[in-house]
Design a protein around this ligand. Structure first.
Ligand SMILES: Cc1cc2nc3c(=O)[nH]c(=O)nc-3n(C[C@H](O)[C@H](O)[C@H](O)COP(=O)(O)O)c2cc1C
Length: 218
């Protein structure tokens, strides 16, 4: 089934193509509670291993006490721009079974990432930008909100209306004025050539791209 979404089959969804992690937010924009509910609902629609849904969110609107405590945990680098966003969200993954050292799910953080990705796309549909980040004190957030030990404060997201142009960061980590993405070749580890016959695995039927970084060790 193909859902018409103002795009054609041979181009990226504009919501994905145009997504950007803003580093400058409109400090006057207020996110209404129903839009925030939609974002959290979007996160909750993500797939998860065994439908474990190992995610939870600490949500602060700019100016409320939750936001104040989240801002207190920010590193200098993120403190420069994240507080202006309409909402700060701390993203939590359940990593252990309660009151135990047992792993809750092999995929907790993976699943949390998918949930935040869903939230990000829903936000884009509402004209909002989401900037995820690690630049904060995880322990400070866990302490401030009594996060139980079987949960991990994994990342944060700033959500709001972007202000001005956002410089892009190249895969190399260097600032860039244009969106840079690793090429399809670089991100494809193996893929049969178009039109090649079935899954014989015969030499020449698969192509192994040279990864540009981070070849798995196991
Ligand atoms: C898990 C995670 C952690 C990140 N941590 C930071 C951070 O600490 N500070 C920051 O400015 N951006 C952070 N980012 C944002 C990335 O730098 C950004 O997504 C990347 O440069 C690609 O840019 P784009 O999202 O605009 O495409 C993080 C993103 C993710 C997913």
């Amino acid at each position: 089934m193909w859902l018409s979404m103002d795009t054609s089959r041979d181009e990226l969804l504009p919501l994905l193509a145009d997504r950007v992690s803003a580093s400058s937010f409109d400090p006057d924009h207020v996110l209404d509670p129903s839009s925030l509910d939609l974002l959290l609902q979007a996160a909750g629609t993500a797939p998860s291993a065994g439908n474990s849904q190992p995610w939870s969110f600490i949500v602060g609107h700019r100016g409320d006490w939750v936001h104040d405590r989240l801002v207190d945990s920010l590193a200098g680098s993120t403190r420069a721009w994240a507080p202006a966003a309409s909402v700060l969200i701390a993203n939590l993954a359940q990593v252990h079974v309660e009151d135990s050292d047992l792993e809750y799910s092999e995929f907790s953080r993976y699943d949390l990432g998918q949930a935040v990705a869903h939230l990000t796309v829903q936000a884009a549909a509402l004209g909002l930008s989401v900037h995820q980040f690690r630049g904060f004190d995880r322990s400070a957030v866990a302490d401030a909100f009594d996060v139980a030990p079987h949960w991990e404060v994994t990342s944060m997201a700033a959500v709001g209306v972007a202000f001005g142009a956002t410089p892009r960061v190249a895969p190399t980590g260097h600032a860039s004025s244009t969106p840079e993405r690793r090429s399809l070749t670089a991100i494809t580890w193996a893929r049969a050539a178009p039109g090649s016959a079935g899954a014989s695995g015969a030499p020449g039927r698969t192509r192994r791209a040279a990864p540009t970084r981070g070849r798995p060790t196991a």
